[in-house]
Structure formats: C-alpha cells, structure tokens
Design a protein around this ligand. Structure first.
Ligand code: FES
Ligand code: FES
Length: 174
C-alpha cells in the first residue's frame, strides 16, 4: 500500500506494508534523528510531531499517518540555522549523550507553540514523556524556559499546531 505524508514540509508518497510503524518508515527514509529506544511508548526517543502534536512514532502505524504533516528534528533547522530551542539546549548543557534530545526538543516545540510563556511545571509536564538518563531534567527545563523567552523576544512561536494541547493518540503518558 501507499501512504501520502508531508515530512518536514516535503510531500512524499511512500510504499509501506500495513504493519509498518511510523518509526521504521521514517528511519527507512533516513530521518535518523527519530531515535529507536524502548519501542513500547515509554522513553519518548522516537517522538515526532504529527500535525503539531508530539507522538511516539513507535506506537503509530505509518498508515495511520496518512495525510498528516510530520516534523522530525531534521526539519527544525532546515537551513542550518539552529532553532532557539537547539541553541538553548546547547547553552544550558542540556545535551549530553544527546539520545533524548531530538524528542525533547520536539516536545518542547509543541509546548511553546501553545504556551509561549510556560511555567516550570508546564515545561516539566511537556517533557514528562521523554526519558533522559544523563541530565537530571533540570538543564532541559532551564533550556526550554530560555528558548521561550527567545521566541517571545523574536515574536515567534515554535511550530503551529492544529488544535488543542492534548497529545496524539500514540503518545503514552507516564
Ligand atoms: S522508542 Fe521509546 S517511546 Fe518510542
Ligand atoms: S542527554 Fe543522554 S539521555 Fe538525555
């Protein structure tokens, strides 16, 4: 079967089998920023935005993504200029081994699109689905708060979302 997706702004028609997971299809298409972790919806390493909402791509069939817009970390800085979130993660030492970083940044991007001035608790909630074994979470939270300020000063938001704050159906909340 075939599926039509828009990945990082590029329309794609992909051949898939009905059982293909979105995670596998994206990595097959060389979006290696989509990390394979637990594959059970626990770690958030495979997070992508589907129509602006964080989704664990290991829990979503590619066929379910028909017609959606998908953002992976590769689409966050397509021209090579780092997004303020990426800069803030670097500046705050929030990137250590980096395995969780793409998912964290995408979750944070979705948050800031809807909550340009989030509280510490709101940032922690937004990152709750993204495991990090290295940083202890303090630095990523500080980075997201700093990026929020940078977005506000620039008068921009991270990414448009189509509706509501709730996470996609494939997002398992801990
Ligand atoms: S690989 Fe861990 S949530 Fe998808
Ligand atoms: S930086 Fe290593 S898991 Fe988060």
């Amino acid at each position: 079967m075939q599926v039509m997706l828009t990945i990082n702004g590029e329309a794609k028609r992909l051949s898939i089998t009905p059982g293909d997971l979105l995670l596998d299809v994206l990595r097959r298409e060389c979006y290696f920023g989509v990390k394979r972790g637990c594959e059970t919806g626990e770690c958030g390493a495979c997070t992508v935005l589907v129509n602006g909402k964080p989704v664990n791509s290991c829990l979503m069939f590619a066929a379910q993504a028909e017609g959606t817009e998908i953002l992976t970390i590769e689409g966050v800085a397509p021209d090579g200029n780092l997004d303020p979130l990426q800069t803030a993660f670097l500046d705050h030492g929030a990137v250590q081994c980096g395995y969780c970083t793409p998912g964290m940044i995408l979750s944070a991007k979705a948050l800031l699109a809807e909550r340009p001035d989030p509280t510490d608790a709101e940032v922690r909630e937004a990152l709750a689905g993204n495991f990090c074994r290295c940083t202890g979470y303090l630095k990523p939270v500080e980075a997201v708060l700093a990026a929020a300020q940078a977005y506000r000063q620039a008068g921009s938001r991270g990414v448009s979302t189509k509706s509501g704050r709730s996470r996609g159906q494939a997002r398992k909340k801990r």
